[in-house]
Write a new protein. Structure first.
Length: 193
């Protein structure tokens, strides 16, 4: 029976998938999921587990936090953000900007925001590349949509986002725990469940 693992954009399941394939005969299928639907497949029973961007509604789910992601601002190459060094910018530096995609933290610049149409992170990066506003994304997502006409800088006073592994409480079996063990760095002969 195939273990089906969903993963949100920017998550990195490759090293764990490789370890799974080295240790287990059972196939592993990696399934990309949109952040807006990251729990749907797990709750519907279509996915055994998923790498998700936290926070999520944990009702009926087990969740293990795996790693944090640095938030970065993405702006057009000619934007003032480009003048900042790699040490980053603060939210105060961005207070007069148009944010083309709402940030998960709920932070909003002080200036009146335009009513942007719904867009994906890729659409948002394309918009800021055209010189309109900025977008704040996890570094992994910004790297995925990197372009020559944009710059990224860390936002030093914004809390990082986290990637977690979730699965249904009622599906907490040996197979699931074997994958959890891999993500936690347990060896092949570990007796921990």
């Amino acid at each position: 029976m195939t273990l089906r693992l969903g993963f949100v954009t920017g998550a990195t399941p490759d090293k764990w998938a490789r370890t799974w394939r080295e240790r287990h005969r059972e196939p592993l299928e990696l399934v990309p999921v949109a952040e807006s639907e990251q729990l749907d497949g797990v709750r519907a029973g279509e996915l055994d587990m998923a790498l998700v961007r936290l926070p999520v509604d944990r009702d009926g789910l087990h969740c293990v936090t795996l790693y944090d992601e640095v938030p970065v601002v993405v702006a057009g190459r000619d934007h003032l953000v480009a003048a900042a060094d790699d040490a980053g910018v603060t939210l105060a530096d961005l207070v007069d900007e148009q944010l083309v995609l709402p940030h998960a933290s709920g932070w909003t610049p002080a200036v009146e925001q335009l009513a942007w149409p719904p867009m994906t992170p890729a659409d948002a990066v394309e918009t800021v590349a055209a010189g309109t506003g900025v977008v704040i994304l996890p570094m992994s997502v910004a790297r995925l949509h990197a372009r020559k006409d944009v710059v990224t800088r860390p936002v030093t006073d914004l809390e990082p986002t986290s990637i977690g592994l979730v699965w249904l409480v009622e599906r907490d079996d040996d197979r699931t725990q074997a994958f959890v063990g891999i993500t936690r760095g347990r060896g092949a002969n570990s007796t921990r469940r």
